[in-house]
Design a protein. Structure first.
Length: 133
C-alpha cells in the first residue's frame, strides 16, 4: 500500500497499529515529503508489545503477528498542554514554578522543542526525575 507521507500522522499511526493483526500484515510505502517522522517512529515502538517491523528507505513492513505485552510501557510527556503555562510565565515576566508530572524526560516528539523556545524567553524547563519544573 502506498500513502502520501504528508498524510496525518494519526492516520499513518492507525494503519501501523492495526498492521500486526492484518492477515497479510502491512507493507506501507511512504510517498513524497515525510513531515511526521517523530510520530511514526513513536508508533513503531511496537516492540513494547512484541510486534516487530522493518523500515528501509521509504517502505515500512509489519508482518502478521500477535501483540504480546512486554512489561511496563514508558510514557512520554505531552508538552503541548504544559507549554501554555510556561508561555504565560514568559509573557508576564513573572517568577513562577510550574510542575508537569511526567515519568520520562523529553523524548522524540516535535513538541519537545518547547524547552528551547521557552529558554530563549527566559523560562527554564528542567526534569527532576519525576516531573518537569
Amino acid at each position: 500500500m502506498s500513502i502520501a507521507a504528508d498524510t496525518s500522522s494519526q492516520f499513518i499511526s492507525a494503519l501501523l497499529m492495526i498492521a500486526p493483526t492484518l492477515p497479510q500484515g502491512l507493507e506501507l510505502t511512504l510517498e513524497g515529503n515525510l513531515v511526521s517522522r517523530p510520530y511514526i517512529l513513536m508508533t513503531l515502538r511496537l516492540e513494547y508489545f512484541g510486534a516487530q517491523h522493518t523500515w528501509k528507505d521509504r517502505v515500512i513492513r509489519v508482518a502478521p503477528q500477535s501483540y504480546v505485552p512486554q512489561g511496563r510501557l514508558p510514557s512520554r510527556p505531552c508538552l503541548v498542554g504544559a507549554s501554555y503555562y510556561y508561555a504565560i510565565a514568559a509573557l508576564l515576566r513573572m517568577v513562577a514554578t510550574c510542575t508537569s508530572k511526567a515519568c520520562l524526560p523529553i523524548g522524540m516528539q516535535g513538541d519537545s522543542v518547547i524547552k528551547d523556545i521557552m529558554l530563549d524567553l527566559g523560562v527554564a524547563l528542567t526534569f527532576t526525575g519525576t516531573a518537569f519544573n
